[in-house]
Design a protein around this ligand. Structure first.
Ligand code: HEC
Ligand code: HEC
Length: 259
């Protein structure tokens, strides 16, 4: 009796196992077939979502602000795009500097400058302390410590081509950060409390035009700068070696269009 009852059970069990195996195989085959026929679509989707995630990867707001400051205050013009160097032998790259220097030392260098040079043909690190805020220096340090990543739209303004020297000069006035110290339209207004005249000079008006009455005089002072005194006094940076001759002429041409 037991045997007779066991035999159909065994067959039933075997059938169940076979059905299960078949289903598993069928499911597997179906999955493979679907994957196969949609492989092209899937690849495209992966690539597309990959591209989207690169452009929308959230970036620390302080690092982003630092990248913009790096452009606004012309750090990029002397130290190279993203601090890679190669602009002038006197200006070091900044790509590894944040590993070598403490944040306090970096802050001191940005606020007080470095290598305050009496040699007018050699650039020095400008004194930014009167112009840049504590928050902006913190953001710059965050950017340096993050390894100077590429940040969309933080690039310096592009130089217009074929629109004349004055238009080019107007962009260079922003690109080299002149505007931060001499004000929009050369109108001045930026304090320099420790200096004899207590302010960074205007680059407009009758008195300026009388003193700087030729392109050559304007170009000479941009190229050679000044060292009025020690930080925290802000001096005119030396731009020789940084700004090419043709761009110096464009800046002088632009200044002549001002009030
Ligand atoms: C006019 C050109 C110029 C500009 C603009 C400029 N730098 Fe410099 N920077 C220099 C020079 C030159 C040195 C090297 C000074 C020396 O060691 O004699 C330097 C040095 C430094 C150093 C120290 C590097 C080291 O290896 O010791 C740091 C950090 C630095 N700059 C950051 C900045 C930041 C941030 C900005 C923008 C806010 C900036 N620089 C803008 C010219 C410039
Ligand atoms: C970090 C601040 C700073 C930046 C950036 C700066 N300057 Fe100056 N500039 C000064 C100071 C300070 C003086 C006054 C120097 C003196 O009295 O010896 C000055 C003087 C001048 C003068 C002579 C004006 C006068 O009445 O003596 C000219 C021209 C000039 N700058 C043009 C420029 C141009 C063009 C740029 C951009 C390429 C520029 N400056 C960037 C701070 C700056």
């Amino acid at each position: 009796m037991l045997r007779r009852r066991r035999l159909p059970d065994a067959i039933a069990e075997a059938a169940v196992v076979l059905v299960a195996l078949f289903l598993a195989f069928a499911a597997g085959f179906a999955g493979w077939a679907v994957g196969h026929s949609t492989r092209h679509t899937q690849t495209v989707t992966v690539a597309a979502s990959g591209a989207t995630s690169t452009s929308s990867t959230p970036i620390d707001p302080h690092v982003a602000a630092g990248a913009h400051d790096f452009s606004v205050f012309a750090c990029a013009q002397c130290h190279g795009d993203r601090g890679v160097g190669g602009v002038d032998p006197a200006v070091p790259a900044l790509t590894t500097i944040a590993n070598a220097l403490t944040p306090a030392r970096l802050r001191h260098i940005i606020d007080h400058g470095l290598g305050e040079s009496k040699n007018p043909t050699k650039p020095y690190m400008p004194v930014w302390g009167e112009v840049i805020s504590t928050q902006q220096v913190s953001d710059l340090i965050s950017y340096l410590r993050a390894g100077l990543p590429a940040v969309p739209t933080a690039e310096p303004p592009a130089i217009p081509q074929g629109q004349g020297l004055a238009v080019e000069g107007a962009t260079l006035y922003v690109r080299y950060g002149c505007i931060n110290c001499h004000g929009p339209n050369g109108l001045g207004g930026v304090p320099n409390p420790q200096s004899p005249d207590k302010t960074i000079p205007v680059l407009s008006g009758a008195a300026f035009r009388k003193q700087f009455n030729t392109d050559a005089k304007v170009i000479a002072v941009i190229r050679s700068g000044s060292v009025i005194g020690r930080a925290p006094i802000v001096s005119m940076p030396h731009w020789g070696g940084i700004i090419p001759d043709q761009q110096l002429l464009a800046l002088a041409t632009y200044l002549k269009t001002l009030k």
